[in-house]
Ligand binder design. Structure first.
Ligand SMILES: NC(=O)c1ccc[n+]([C@@H]2O[C@H](COP(=O)([O-])OP(=O)(O)OC[C@H]3O[C@@H](n4cnc5c(N)ncnc54)[C@H](OP(=O)(O)O)[C@@H]3O)[C@@H](O)[C@H]2O)c1
Length: 260
């Protein structure tokens, strides 16, 4: 299939999906943000392999060729357009799925803002601060808030955010001011949410994949990077193991607890 055909197919899918979305028969539903590449794509692929329904959101679905190909093979994947900084779009998507229980909500979309170029002391580019905070902190909170009732009526009731050891204050070694701050803020946001929704039985989790070979890390040469498949399998295992007793946990990929 050439790119024009894929784009046309996507426009058709978009038009049809304005109608009420409906899945096949799976009982478990997952929503993933930033599902077009990297860890988000891998979450989508691995959960689809389990036979779960996936609401796979992406900022530019028309360009998400790998995700479209995956969805073409898996009727349980519905692709939805979503920029996590667009609060009105988040509300509109939540309205569209108002009757759909969502078992696992995964706040995966994230940006670093390119720390080595923009976040080195002496040459910090303050113009990117808002973007990093909007994508990594405000988006996840708004998505959790907008879809809270979908999660509450589900079986598993889990809201998961992909954090980073870069947000661990006690492990910092310098540089990456905005990215580190955003993940520390994400941690605080989700720890606060965990307290607030525990009485509803909703489980909150923060998972760290470890340094992983995705586009995000393409400028970090020399680092020893993890395989995205393995990193995602580890996060999914940790998500499976989370319970209301461990809600609010900040989990390293090996299942141990990371320090704040
Ligand atoms: N890779 C690592 O080493 C590592 C380590 C620790 C934590 N993490 C975290 O893991 C998560 C996934 O990272 P990754 O490694 O898979 O990175 P990636 O390959 O760069 O993918 C980032 C994803 O986020 C999406 N995204 C960015 N801005 C968005 C927005 N405004 N709205 C919606 N989607 C947006 C991107 O969509 P577009 O294609 O449209 O840009 C892409 O799908 C992030 O939260 C990251 O901080 C990664």
């Amino acid at each position: 299939m050439n790119k024009k055909m894929i784009a046309f197919g996507w426009v058709l899918v978009c038009a049809l999906s304005l109608l009420t979305p409906s899945f096949a028969v799976a009982e478990t539903t997952v929503l993933v943000t930033g599902s077009n590449r990297g860890l988000g794509y891998e979450f989508t692929r691995q959960y689809a392999e389990r036979g779960y329904n996936i609401i796979a959101t992406a900022r530019k679905p028309e360009k998400a060729e790998a995700l479209q190909a995956l969805a073409a093979e898996n009727p349980n994947i519905i692709i939805e357009k979503l920029d996590v900084t667009d609060l009105a779009a988040i509300d509109a998507l939540a309205d569209k799925y108002t009757d759909q229980p969502i078992d696992i909500l995964i706040n995966n979309a994230g940006v670093t803002g390119d720390p080595f170029k923009t976040q080195m002391l002496g040459k910090i580019d303050y113009s990117i601060f808002d973007l990093v905070m909007h994508v990594n902190v405000m988006g996840p909170l708004k998505i959790a808030e907008a879809f809270l009732s979908n999660v509450e009526v589900s079986e598993q009731k889990k809201i998961i955010s992909v954090s980073s050891s870069m947000g661990s204050i006690s492990k910092t070694f310098g540089t990456g001011y905005f990215y580190r701050s955003s993940k520390a803020a994400l941690n605080m946001t989700m720890a606060t949410l965990a307290k607030e929704v525990k009485s509803k039985g909703i489980v909150i989790g923060l998972v760290n994949p470890g340094p992983t070979a995705t586009d995000m890390m393409k400028n970090f040469s020399g680092a020893s990077l993890r395989d995205p498949v393995e990193a995602t399998t580890d996060m999914i295992r940790n998500i499976d193991n989370l319970t209301i007793e461990t809600t609010g946990a900040f989990l390293q990929y090996d299942g141990s607890t990371l320090p704040w």
